[in-house]
Structure formats: structure tokens, C-alpha cells
Design a protein around this ligand. Structure first.
Ligand SMILES: C[S@@+](CC[C@H](N)C(=O)[O-])C[C@H]1O[C@@H](n2cnc3c(N)ncnc32)[C@H](O)[C@@H]1O
Length: 195
């Protein structure tokens, strides 16, 4: 099936200001997770990072190797203007599925749910390939029924377990206790380690 949610689709969302997912700051669960990371030298990737508040927070807090990839140029340009100290070469304008490299940590927030559901196993393969040995995929997944309507597309912990267990050890996959208000009871926090 043709990929409906391509570059043109996302660029138009940004140009029309239809960015309901954008909370304008780092989300509480990701901030809490980031605040307990001790090694600031790790290589971190944020795919489909949009306006990249998490990347900004990481960089301000001393993480030097933070990379963002997005298929749309508008949020990358927004970020360049908003936070000029961030290394431009770490802002990657590309399709995540074309990206190469190796990272210690990949942070997920509303990127997985933005993909056509039939790309989910491609996502697990790609995140797996982009992680170093023992690398981690960490973040948030929506916890509402998967239907044909989206994005965002939902799922359940059972579906996610099934999908990710082939390539990852499921360390944590649980109802998020510190979601932002609009997402309370609608998201799972997870930590998956590369197998
Ligand atoms: C729902 S938005 C989420 C943005 C950000 N994660 C946030 O929480 O604000 C989905 C983002 O993924 C990007 N995207 C969609 N498909 C992509 C792909 N194949 N490769 C890279 N980025 C992609 C879109 O341009 C958009 O910025």
C-alpha cells in the first residue's frame, strides 16, 4: 500500500499549524527518564522529533551527542531558529528508515504512532539495527485501541509485547504514572533493551 503519511503529509501539517501532538516543551515522563541518566557521552537519537524539545533539554543538560531525524524540514528549521547553540549537523533531514549509524539510546514519543501500522515491524527492525549492543529504545506508546483511524494509531501492551519481543528484551512496559494531563491513562512507558 502506498505510504499515505509521507514527507508531503507531514510538511503540510506543520505549514497548516495542525500540530496537535506538539506540547511545546519536554514531556514529564521523558524528562524524568533523562534526569536519571548518568553518562552524558552516550549517543542519543530522537526519530520523528518534530520541534525537538527533548533534544534541546538533553543538550542544555550536558548531553553532547544528541541527534534528531525528521522527514519534514519545517520543525528542523523551527528548532534551528529557537535554539541556535544546537549543532546543525546533528539535525538530520531524512527518512528515519534510510538512516544509518549506531546509537546507545533511541527515544520514542509520538513517532511510532504516526506511522502507518503496517510499518510497525519495519520500525522494530530499524530501531534494532540503529542500536549498539545493549542499546536501549525508551519512551512512550499510546494505550488505546488500534483502529484504522489515525494518526495517532494506538495499540495495547499485549500487541507491543508481541511486536517488540523478537528483537528486544522488555524491561519495562507499563501504564505511565506521570503523563501530561491530556495523555493520562492513554500511554505506556517502556524500556526495551536490544537483544
Ligand atoms: C506526530 S509528530 C511527533 C513529533 C514529536 N515526536 C513530538 O512529540 O512532538 C510525528 C513526526 O514524525 C515525523 N516523521 C514521520 N514519518 C517520518 C519518517 N519516515 N522519518 C522521519 N520522520 C518522520 C513527522 O515529520 C513528525 O515531525
Amino acid at each position: 500500500m502506498k505510504n499515505r503519511f509521507n514527507k508531503t503529509f507531514w510538511e503540510k501539517k506543520y505549514n497548516d499549524n495542525k500540530t496537535g501532538w506538539d506540547i511545546g516543551k519536554i514531556s514529564t515522563p521523558l524528562k524524568t527518564y533523562i534526569d536519571q541518566i548518568e553518562n552524558k557521552n552516550i549517543h542519543i537519537l530522537i526519530p520523528g522529533a518534530g520541534n525537538s524539545y527533548e533534544a534541546e533539554y538533553l543538550f542544555i543538560n550536558g548531553f553532547q551527542n544528541v541527534f534528531v531525524v525528521d522527514i519534514a524540514i519545517t520543525p528542523l528549521n523551527n528548532f534551528k531558529k529557537r535554539y541556535q547553540e544546537f549543532p546543525k549537523e546533528n539535525l538530520i533531514y531524512n527518512d528515519f528508515f534510510e538512516l544509518e549509524g549506531l546509537y546507545d539510546l533511541i527515544i520514542e514519543q509520538t513517532f511510532f504512532c504516526a506511522l502507518e501500522p503496517n510499518r510497525r515491524s519495519e520500525y522494530t527492525e530499524k530501531t534494532h539495527n540503529l542500536l549498539k549492543d545493549n542499546g536501549k529504545l525508551v519512551g512512550l506508546l499510546f494505550d488505546f485501541r488500534l483502529t484504522k483511524d489515525g494518526p495517532p494509531f494506538g495499540g495495547s501492551d499485549k500487541e507491543y509485547q508481541q511486536l517488540f519481543k523478537k528483537r528486544f528484551l522488555i524491561k519495562t512496559l507499563e501504564r505511565c504514572y506521570n503523563s501530561i494531563n491530556p495523555r493520562v491513562d492513554r500511554e505506556l512507558f517502556f524500556i526495551f533493551t536490544k537483544k
